[in-house]
Ligand binder design. Structure first.
Ligand code: HEC
Ligand code: HEC
Length: 298
């Protein structure tokens, strides 16, 4: 009897352990998802500055001005009517990986799916777990206010052929684990190139000018060259300089970073030291591109 009770107890304890281990794994997923969410900067675009102050997250409505018109970000809270509450994990994955709506239409590339397509399946799953955990907010989406064909989803297909390569990022086995982690953080998650790379007249990123800066960044503001070019980029920066920027928002001359980079630094400051360092290792390894971007507003 005691033996039976003993083994019963063990069986039960074992079952309990399995249960708590599974829920620990699930909880950890949403928690990892929250980290991905920070690294990928989802909140900055999907929350208006006013909402951010009131801690209303991801209800959309932020206006993004582009040369093609103004796009308003949608509500991505789990509200079933006005948000993405009825979406499946597959719908979500398709949005990030393929830039397609659940109905199969094209998203406009102001939603940086050209970077997010590089995310791993695991990170997309964790991010989905996290997004389902945020409070739902009922708020209807605003229509985009765009010029001519730039509001037509159908017209995005030629753009996609020229500018979009779907698929998760593959590790470069010739490089270190740290370098690969940095590449993933910079290219797949934090989408630095969306602001720091110049665009062609149709808004495609110029691949041969990757991260070389542009006079015509978001809202028409200049964005600096962050390749390691000594004269026109950040070739003189040390590892500590990057750490001060990513961790404290401080530039080598002691000034605080401004403009849209403020939001980026607020996210990088929340990443692990190892991840910030990995980004630095990757950035310092980039080819230097000579491209002078005037800092003053034209
Ligand atoms: C640079 C701004 C920006 C960032 C950063 C951004 N988004 Fe978006 N997102 C948009 C815009 C704009 C749209 C609408 C695109 C359209 O209408 O074609 C959108 C659309 C979406 C949609 C589709 C919603 C719907 O109702 O169809 C989802 C889901 C989404 N984003 C999730 C995310 C997630 C998750 C992240 C972070 C990994 C993220 N977004 C980061 C701007 C952004
Ligand atoms: C939303 C647009 C945007 C994104 C995304 C962005 N940046 Fe920036 N970045 C800027 C702007 C604008 C400035 C100039 C800010 C200023 O002058 O105070 C800047 C400045 C910088 C600087 C300082 C360069 C110098 O010469 O002073 C570095 C380094 C930098 N960004 C790196 C990054 C990295 C790395 C990422 C991705 C993790 C990133 N940025 C993502 C807009 C952006």
């Amino acid at each position: 009897m005691t033996a039976l009770r003993h083994s019963l107890f063990h069986g039960l304890a074992g079952a309990l352990l399995v249960v708590s281990a599974t829920s620990a794994v699930m909880a950890a997923d949403a928690k990892r998802g929250a980290y991905i969410y920070t690294a990928a900067g989802c909140q900055g675009c999907h929350t208006t500055p006013k909402d951010a102050k009131a801690k209303v997250l991801l209800a959309g409505g932020r206006a993004l001005k582009t040369p093609f018109g103004t796009y308003f970000t949608p509500n991505i809270t789990p509200d079933p009517e006005t948000g993405i509450g009825k979406w499946s994990h597959a719908d979500f994955k398709r949005a990030l990986r393929d830039g397609k709506t659940p109905a199969g239409e094209n998203y406009f590339p102001v939603f940086p799916y050209t970077a997010y397509t590089k995310m791993s399946d695991a990170d997309i799953a964790d991010l989905w777990a996290y997004l389902q955990s945020v409070p739902p907010v009922k708020r209807a989406n605003l229509p985009h206010d765009t010029k001519f064909i730039f509001g037509w989803r159908m017209m995005m297909w030629p753009w996609r052929i020229m500018n979009f390569e779907p698929g998760a990022m593959k590790a470069d086995v010739a490089k270190s684990v740290t370098w690969n982690r940095g590449a993933y953080l910079v290219e797949a998650l934090s989408h630095c190139g969306e602001c720091h790379t110049p665009r062609d007249p149709l808004g495609g990123l110029k691949g041969d000018m990757h991260l070389a800066g542009t006079v015509d960044g978001p809202d028409g503001d200049p964005v600096p060259n962050i390749t390691p070019d000594k004269e026109t980029g950040v070739g003189e920066w040390t590892e500590d300089d990057y750490e001060s920027l990513f961790g404290l928002g401080m530039l080598p001359d002691g000034d605080f970073i401004g403009g849209e980079m403020t939001e980026v630094y607020e996210n990088t400051a929340k990443l692990s030291d190892a991840d910030r360092r990995a980004m630095t290792v990757y950035l310092m390894s980039l080819p230097a591109i000579h491209n002078r971007v005037s800092k003053a507003k034209p």
